[in-house]
Design a protein around this ligand. Structure first.
Ligand code: 5AD
Ligand code: SF4
Length: 460
């Protein structure tokens, strides 16, 4: 285990509070990207409240605006930049408002430079490994009146220190728990190892305490997060961590993501089968069905090895859900390579496929590869893949008709006050009539009708 640095000191919070006290200061946080970012934003909010800000959903009344950015694809970065740009007017009208940009985008030198030069109203940046230093960044702007661009420390093992951070969970019934940070895999297309640095695992004991406290406080749905949970290396391996958490008493479901096919071992499948609380769902990103492309992606498995895991999983957990990620249009992908991917989709019949158009990321090996694929070809392949998977998902969903499933009610359907939304243990979206007071509870729902991505049911 690596020694984690400590969070900002109470004295720093105290000094920020001297500015916020009795002044109705509000914080607005906007989050882009993955669940790891959502989890980080809950920590940013916790710190902001501790500094004396109260939360607002309206950026117009905010005196601290935080944009938590994602860098996984160009589109995500452009969306964040455009959002940051939209705060220019607000900053002009409220020069005292502090605008901070945090998250993956800010860990890339060229983006920080761009923010410095082209977005003069951005007051500070903070990388994902240093979010615990938010109070220092805010204080530096408040006291120093200068802009503050905090790069990574240069230590690839620096960790966001979550032990003492005052986290505010958005929902009481559902929570994310980061079990590790960073990634060592360097898939050739991926920016994550550069912006979230090397793997650091939290201690199993610390994770156990966090999960137990959540369960004791009525949390029913807990997702363990890591870029590659299967290479968790705290004081035990991932299957054992799952077993330990599964022994916690209470009414809860444990989900986890993401699993890397090169590390998902038989032990994981055994623990999933034997566990009382472990969700029957495995997210196993394939990325491509062509061995040639998998090698160029630096994925460290071939299709045979991947299919061995799928076969074992299906044999041991026949009713469980299997989902995947696919990248369409990786450099050098031929029609034949792409068809190999389609063939795997047909063979495996995933419950859900998250497909992405390949997006070159500055600094990654794939961005430098010859044979970048024409955008038109990428889109055409992407549409074909989605059409195939829509059919498969619809067929898989049909199997749920007339079944009664446990569903965790998680909200109201937009625009329909008496329709609730919920998730099955296999993470399927369900719509059903019900009262808002049910949100946050497990309910049994009989599925009347199934579409590819939504099941419609009735409470039994
Ligand atoms: N372009 C497109 N998709 C990407 N992903 C990661 N990097 C890229 C990229 N450069 C996808 C992978 C990964 C998911 C989280 O995002 O499929 O599993
Ligand atoms: Fe990116 Fe590969 Fe690490 Fe996943 S395992 S975060 S795709 S480098």
């Amino acid at each position: 285990m690596n020694q984690l640095p400590t969070a900002d000191t109470p004295a720093v919070y105290e000094r920020v509070r001297a500015y916020t006290e009795n002044r109705k200061q509000r914080v607005f946080i906007m989050t882009f990207g993955c669940q790891q970012n959502e989890a980080d934003s809950e920590k940013l909010l916790g710190m902001a409240l501790e500094m004396g800000y109260s939360q607002t959903d309206d950026p117009a009344e905010a005196s601290l605006i935080l944009v938590n950015t994602c860098a996984i694809r160009e589109h995500a970065e452009q969306k964040a930049l455009s959002k940051i740009g939209s705060f220019k007017k607000h900053k002009k009208e409220h020069p005292d408002c502090i605008l901070g940009v945090v998250g993956c985008m800010t860990a890339q030198a060229h983006r920080t430079e761009q923010l410095k030069r082209c977005y003069p109203y951005v007051d500070f940046t903070l990388t994902p490994s240093r979010i615990h230093l938010l109070p220092s960044a805010v204080l530096a702007v408040l006291e120093g009146g200068r802009r503050y661009f905090l790069p990574d420390s240069g230590d690839p093992l620096e960790c966001p220190d979550v032990r003492e951070l005052p986290v505010v969970h958005k929902e009481s019934f559902r929570a994310w728990v980061s079990i590790m940070y960073g990634c060592n895999n360097f898939c050739s297309y991926c920016i994550v190892p550069y912006v979230r640095l090397r793997e650091r695992s939290r201690s199993a004991h610390e994770i156990e305490n966090e999960v137990r406290t959540l369960v004791e406080n009525g949390c029913h749905d807990i997702t363990l997060l890591g870029q590659n949970v299967n290479s968790y290396h705290g004081d035990c391996r991932f299957p054992e961590l799952l077993e330990r958490l599964d022994r916690i008493e209470g009414d809860f479901l444990l989900r986890f993501m993401t699993s890397h096919p090169k590390d998902a071992d038989p032990d994981l499948i055994r623990v999933m089968r034997e566990g009382k609380h472990i969700a029957p769902h495995l997210h196993l990103p394939l990325q491509s069905g062509s061995d040639r492309i998998l090698a160029k992606m630096n994925r460290h498995y071939d299709l045979n090895r991947y299919m061995d895991t799928v076969t074992r999983f299906r044999a041991d957990l026949p009713d469980a859900a299997l989902t995947t990620d696919i990248i369409v249009g990786f450099p050098g992908e031929t029609e034949e390579d792409f068809e190999a991917t389609l063939a795997v989709l047909k063979r495996v019949e995933y419950d859900m496929v998250y497909a992405f158009l390949y997006s070159p990321r500055k600094g990654t090996p794939a961005a430098e590869m010859q044979e970048q694929i024409d955008e038109k070809v990428k889109h055409e392949r992407f549409d074909r893949l989605l059409a195939l998977q829509d059919e498969i998902s619809a067929k898989k969903a049909k199997a749920y008709e007339k079944c009664t499933l446990r569903v965790l009610a998680d909200g109201q359907k937009a625009g329909s006050a008496n329709t609730l939304t919920g998730r099955t243990d296999t993470n399927k979206l369900v719509h059903f009539k019900g009262d808002a007071s049910l949100i946050g509870s497990f309910i049994n729902v009989r599925i009347d009708r199934a579409e590819a991505f939504v099941l419609y049911g009735t409470i039994v």
